[in-house]
Every structure is written in structure tokens, then in C-alpha cells.
Design a protein around this ligand. Structure first.
Ligand code: MEV
Length: 323
């Protein structure tokens, strides 16, 4: 029996969510909160078992998945079939440390881990570019059109400057110099599609003033990667605060998110903002060296959970192969 375990990191959008859907650039980083997939050969058909969803089912490329939450995995197999993969029988167990619908890209990272484990098991591991495009297609079928920033971050890893038009424009590796990224959960769950559709509608209705905000967000993301390269955490923090204001302007903040954002700033964060689709989910704060504990403490007093992951970590990878 052959067994393969692959993992993919979660993602945190540092600057530019929503604006990236309509062609502005965004800055996103891979964080050390992992989804894992373990594939073993044998059995009948391709069986998927998701620990976090509590489901087990056989995926059939000819029909819809028995549970809508498994549809991205079924679509991933359809894409493999169209690339002439022989869909050999296997059992794949997937699991994620990232809570769903929190803004961490857990579905993209679980699908990427699934695809990498399965294609490695069948002897033809997807390269990064194909892993990205199939993860993106699988995500789209389940969640509606997306910019692709989530799949790109979890597949390529590091910290990326991304746009729909050019995909990964630039990629850096490793941590943010001089500061630590802290994630706090608002505890409020929401879908990504709702806020995305309402922002697109707002831009259509408002026209020029909204377009100006998109241009500002685009430049903010570019300035962000430049600040990262210089190790200028103070400038990055300022850009995060500014970006949060732009996200409030387009209507995706909420009282719970504002509370966390301002608590982090009052505790000494260089910057803080909502991250992901908003109206719930997570906020991120950039704590300068020496203020980490204070910022973490202020967030812990308000949030169901707070994490301090490594950032700019490698993308999807095989971590174990036994024959
Ligand atoms: C979701 O993580 C980020 C959004 O910008 C949607 C997308 O880019 O696909 C809200």
C-alpha cells in the first residue's frame, strides 16, 4: 500500500481584498495554519473523508457530489480526468486547522492538499501552475467567481503581490521584519459570496467615487510589498490602517470587526484591519517587537481565538510518502 500526506497553508490577505476581484492588486501571505490530506490506494472509486465536515462519500466524476460541501473535490477530479488522469481508486482523508468561512482560505487549502496528495499517489504530481488552476476552478464551481488570490497564496506560498490579470506578480519568502502578524477571530461566520456581490453592486451604482477607491487600494498593495522589501513595518502598518478605512467605505466592516481593529491599535499595533471577505471572520494586527504580548492580550480579551502564525511560509507540499 502507498500512502501520501500533503499539506497546504492558509492565507491571510494583508492588503487589497475585494478590490482584487475587479482588477486591483492585492498583497497576500501564506500562514502556518495547515490543511492536510492523506491519500492511500485501493478500495472502490475515490472516497473522500473530511474530518472537519464530518462526511465520508464516494466521488463520482459523472454526477454532483452527494454533499454540496464536497463539490469542489468532485470538480477537482473532473479537471484531472480532462487532463487524462486515470482516476485510480483511493481513500483520501482531509482535515484543516483553519476554521471555515473565517477568511483564512480553508477551502482552497484543503482542495490543494487533496489534489497534491492524490496526484502524487497516482504517480503524477501536479506542478504548481496546474495545481493552482485546478484549485481555482474547483473553488469557483463551489463559491462563485473569485479573484484566485486564495488558491494562488496557498499553492505558491510566501507573500505574493497578485492581480487577476497577471496572477503572481511578485513573490517574497519569510517573515515580516521587525513585527509580528497576529490573527483574531470575530466569531461571526458569513459566506464570501454575499459581501463580494454587494461590493460589486456598490461599485456599479456609485461609479467614479468607488473607482477612485479601487485605484487607491491598488497603489496601497504595491506600496505594501515595497515596504516589506525595505523591512519598513511602520509603513506597512500605516497602509493596513488606510486599507481598513477603504474596506469600511465599501461596506464590509462590522461593529465586531471595528472593536477588534481599534483594540489592537490602542494596544500598540502598527496597523490593523479586517482580512478576507469581511462582515465577520478575522482581523489582522501588526505588532511591533516588544508590543506583541500587549496586542495579543487586548485581542484575547475580545476574540474567541487569537493566533500568531509564521507568515510567508512555503505553499502546498508533500510531507510524507510511504510505500
Ligand atoms: C476572499 O479571501 C478575498 C476576496 O477578495 C474574494 C476574492 O478575492 O476572491 C473577498
Amino acid at each position: 500500500m502507498t500512502e501520501v500526506t500533503a499539506r497546504a497553508p492558509s492565507k491571510v490577505i494583508v492588503l487589497g481584498e475585494h478590490f482584487v476581484v475587479l482588477n486591483s492588486r492585492a498583497l497576500s501571505t501564506a500562514v502556518s495554519i495547515y490543511s492536510r490530506a492523506t491519500a492511500e490506494d485501493g478500495g472502490e472509486g475515490v472516497i473522500i473523508e473530511s474530518k472537519s465536515m464530518g462526511v465520508r462519500a464516494r466521488l463520482d466524476v459523472g454526477s454532483r457530489a452527494p454533499d454540496p460541501r464536497l463539490e469542489p473535490f468532485a470538480e477537482a477530479l473532473r479537471r484531472l480526468r480532462s487532463m487524462d488522469y486515470d482516476l485510480a481508486p483511493a481513500r483520501v482523508v482531509v482535515d484543516s486547522d483553519a476554521p471555515p468561512s473565517a477568511g483564512l482560505g480553508s477551502s482552497a487549502s484543503t482542495v490543494a492538499a487533496f489534489l497534491l496528495a492524490y496526484t502524487t499517489l497516482v504517480g503524477d504530481p501536479l506542478n504548481k501552475d496546474n495545481l493552482f488552476s485546478i484549485t481555482l476552478a474547483a473553488e469557483d464551481v463551489a463559491h462563485g467567481a473569485s479573484s484566485g488570490v486564495d488558491p494562488a497564496t496557498v499553492v505558491y506560498g510566501g507573500t505574493i503581490l497578485y492581480s487577476i490579470k497577471d496572477r503572481v506578480i511578485e513573490r517574497l519568502e519569510g517573515p515580516i521584519r521587525g513585527a509580528r502578524l497576529i490573527i483574531a477571530d470575530s466569531g461571526v461566520r458569513r459566506s464570501t459570496a454575499g459581501p463580494v456581490m454587494s461590493v460589486i453592486e456598490l461599485r456599479r451604482r456609485l461609479g467614479q467615487p468607488a473607482e477612485l477607491i479601487y485605484s487607491a487600494a491598488d497603489i496601497v498593495a504595491l506600496r505594501g510589498i515595497e515596504a516589506l522589501k525595505r523591512g519598513d513595518a511602520a509603513e506597512l502598518g500605516l497602509l493596513m490602517n488606510f486599507n481598513h478605512g477603504l474596506l469600511s467605505a465599501i461596506g464590509v466592516s462590522s461593529p465586531e470587526l471595528e472593536d477588534l481593529v481599534y483594540a489592537a491599535r490602542a494596544a500598540g499595533a502598527l496597523g490593523s484591519k479586517l482580512s478576507g471577505a469581511g462582515r465577520g471572520g478575522i482581523v489582522i494586527a501588526l505588532a511591533p517587537e516588544g508590543s506583541e504580548d500587549k496586542v495579543t492580550g487586548a485581542l484575547r480579551a475580545r476574540a474567541p481565538w487569537v493566533l500568531k502564525p509564521e507568515v510567508g511560509v512555503p505553499g502546498a507540499e508533500v510531507v510524507e510518502l510511504t510505500r
